[in-house]
Ligand binder design. Structure first.
Ligand code: GLA
Length: 730
């Protein structure tokens, strides 16, 4: 790991263990992007800026300045003076004109990584890090932009962000401030994004990057079910093990935009940052604006290596929770078991039966507060409904604990129901446009978290309950998207700040929560997985993946999620059948195997399932304890995808020492007249000798990886198996 400035050639060189990133200061101080890719020691790539290819240097040919700006590989693009490609920074001056041009000013290289105030961001943790800060200026606006690039000793990821500082005497308006830009030549790239919907989050979508602009974006006030703040460009033929991958992932939970633009010259620009729609930040003289950060990863060994780089950088440098490296208590959540129809007796029945099966925590989901018996009331009224929870919350928590289980609780702190005491008292706390009846989604409005007193109220509502009883876990939900973007708190000229201020308000509340309750296990959630993003991971070590708990649907959801997120963060539960989202019936064992690739837990009425299923719960909770260390800490390999082959799914987790591996195989559809299937394992020690636990048979790592392992044919659909190999010659 190193960052060097080659003074003579004016080239910045960032080297991680396997990658290099080069930038150069070109004529007239334009900062250009030279190279991102496989690690190189040589840095003499100035010619790649093509500035000698006439007529493209302004001082030589001022009449063609736009031709220069519109083709030059910009390190951080700006809008308004002749580069017509997608910009990163749009600034309006006090005369109302939009235009900005950045020139290199200075740089510094520092040890470590500065925190980004108020924002989730990667940190050095136990390894060393370095940060390059490049300062650029717009002399006309007296605007300063600090571009930051941080790297870590144990990672190939690069964390990028920009800080914008108004050094002028005039008020400036930032109308767009993205976090990262990558200008490259197009190499017939495919673009990979994660798209979906409620119950179908984060499916992998691949399409050619073609001329013009293609994006992944959210303007819903959260990272969303529909699109995901991730984009990768891959060279033709890229698969799990081969091909070049350039990926960006955004550490942010609000509106975002990722954009790829293929230009007239077959060059390509990829950008990522806060979505510019409805964004307008007033920057007073002397004020700073900090963008959230983008985590960039390059891999020359296909998607698999990109995946493992993201998994490791998030486990080592983003998730702060003390639970990160601990097995999480196996929980049972009453949502699919009872929905709103429960009371403390019912919950205690579930707790008793759960305890017998090895479950460790009961989570009381939505419906315990105010007069909420369905989803049309009481959000904001965070006091327990004693008609349901007899004797109060503390009594229930104590009773559950005396049954030997921990207790967890559901909240939705950012919301307010029109039918609530809070709304009667504070209608002005709702995000809304004056004169317009705000649109309800799921019968609820959103609290205006740009107001400091609302953040305080919502935080105290949660915290005072946590102070009142011994609650080990919180599921923090957010069940609607934002619209009617208006605040009675903000001035006219600051309304464009509301969406970002809302996200900052969420971060402020979660920061306070984990500071005041450092041992709390926090799970974020948003109508399933609509706010499953690296921003939330900074506060919670796990996020509920999807409201669709069907084992087969989950294969695709979890495959897409695991493309960038470690298995240890994916909230996954075994639920009852027919499945509530799709009506499918799958074997109980398959449901267990699929949930095992996540945090693992239950979402069913254990008092009502069959004796056979109940007996399986006992086996599954033991299975969780046997494999969780490996699944939580190991390297993940995607072996086969039923999204591609339409028949079977297979993934593998290998311990960092390569002395153990767990293979999960799901036969989604059975076929007639078929023999055993050969699959090639990955990530093992080729010289290792491995014993398959079930049969005692011995295999070499080399054979398993190059020739393959035989999976015997199974009769029936949706059938799964685990294969656990241990190295015996180490
Ligand atoms: C969201 C969550 C569910 C459940 C409900 C409760 O949809 O994803 O798991 O908590 O809210 O209303």
């Amino acid at each position: 790991m190193d960052i060097i400035f080659h003074q003579k050639e004016k080239i910045f060189q960032i080297n991680t263990e396997n990658t290099s990133y080069l930038m150069a200061v070109a004529d007239e101080r334009y900062l250009g992007h030279l190279y991102y890719g496989k690690r190189m020691e040589d840095y003499h790539g100035f010619y790649l800026l093509r500035t000698e290819e006439k007529p493209f240097v302004p001082s030589i040919n001022l009449r063609e300045k736009s031709a220069f700006l519109d083709a030059f590989p910009q390190e951080y693009s700006t809008w308004g003076v002749g580069d017509y490609r997608e910009s990163c920074l749009n600034v309006r001056n006090s005369d109302g004109c939009l235009g900005c041009e950045l020139l290199f000013d200075s740089y510094r290289i520092i040890d470590g990584k500065p925190a980004l105030k108020g924002l989730p961001a990667t940190f050095c943790g136990e390894s060393k890090g370095k940060t390059l800060e490049i300062t650029c200026v717009d002399p006309v606006l007296s605007l300063k932009v600090i571009l930051r690039y941080s790297i870590f000793e144990d990672s190939d990821a690069i964390a990028r962000s920009a800080e914008i500082i108004n050094e002028s005497g005039q008020i400036l308006h930032i109308e767009k401030a993205l976090s990262a830009c990558l200008d490259m030549d197009n190499e017939a790239f495919d673009m990979i994004t994660l798209n979906g919907s409620w119950g179908r989050e984060r499916r992998i979508v691949r399409r050619p990057a073609s001329l013009g602009r293609q994006s992944a974006a959210s303007v819903r006030g959260e990272s969303s079910h529909q699109e995901h703040p991730f984009m990768a460009l891959v060279t033709p033929g890229t698969d799990q093990t081969q091909g070049e991958v350039y990926a960006m992932h955004f550490v942010y939970s609000g509106n975002f935009m990722a954009m790829t633009e293929v230009t007239q010259f077959d060059s390509l620009r990829m950008v990522m940052g806060i979505h510019p729609d409805n964004f307008d930040w007033e920057l007073k003289p002397g004020n700073h604006f900090q963008t959230p950060e983008v985590i960039m990863v390059y891999s020359d060994e296909g998607l698999g290596k990109m995946t493992r780089t993201y998994h490791d950088v998030y486990r080592n440098h983003l998730i702060r929770s003390p639970y990160l490296h601990r097995p999480r208590p196996i929980l049972i959540n009453n949502w699919e078991a009872t929905y709103f129809d429960f009371d403390s007796d019912k919950l205690l029945d579930i707790a008793r039966e759960a305890k017998k099966a090895g479950i460790e925590m009961l989570v009381m989901d939505d419906g315990w507060f105010g007069h909420r018996d369905n989803d049309d009331s009481s959000l904001g009224d965070w006091f327990v409904n004693e008609n349901k929870i007899k004797g109060g919350l503390k009594k229930l928590v104590d009773d559950v604990q005396s049954e030997g289980l921990l207790f967890g609780l559901w909240f939705e702190p950012e919301m307010i129901s029109p039918d609530s005491l809070l709304y009667k008292k504070h209608p002005e706390w709702v995000i809304s446009i004056p004169g317009r009846v705000p649109t309800q989604i799921r019968c609820q409005y959103v609290l205006d978290l740009s107001r400091p007193e609302v953040v305080d109220y919502a935080y105290e509502a949660v915290a005072s309950i946590l102070r009142s009883a011994d609650i080990s876990y919180v599921k923090w939900d957010m069940n609607r998207q934002l619209c009617d973007i208006g605040s009675t708190y903000l001035n006219r000229k600051n309304q464009g700040e509301l969406l970002h201020r809302y996200t900052l308000g969420v971060y402020k509340m979660q920061e306070r929560l984990i500071t005041e309750f450092p041992n709390l296990l926090l799970e974020n959630c948003s109508g399933g997985g609509a706010r499953f993003d690296p921003g939330m991971l900074y506060y919670s070590p796990q996020i509920w993946c999807s409201d669709d708990t069907d084992a087969i649907e989950r294969l695709a959801i979890q495959e897409g999620t695991a493309l960038v997120y470690p298995l240890s963060v994916m909230g996954a539960h075994v639920s009852d059948c027919p499945n509530h989202a799709v009506g499918r019936v799958t074997p109980f064992a398959t449901r267990g195997h699929v949930a095992l690739a996540g945090t693992f837990g239950y979402e069913l009425d254990i008092t009502k399932i069959s004796d056979e299923d109940r007996a399986q719960v006992k086996l599954q909770t033991a299975m969780y304890h046997q494999y969780n260390d490996l699944i939580r800490e190991g390297d993940y390999f995607r072996i086969a995808s039923w999204q591609e082959n339409h028949l079977y799914d297979c993934w593998q987790v290998v311990s960092k020492q390569k002395d153990e591996t767990l293979v999960t195989y799901v036969q989604v559809l059975s076929q007639p007249n078929f023999r055993s299937r050969k699959i090639k394992l990955a990530g093992l020690d080729p010289k290792g000798v491995y014993k398959l636990e079930d049969t005692g048979k011995i295999y070499s790592g080399e054979m398993l990886m190059n020739a393959g392992f035989l999976i015997q044919r199974k009769m029936g659909d949706f059938i799964s198996d685990l294969y656990h190999f241990k190295q015996i010659n180490c």
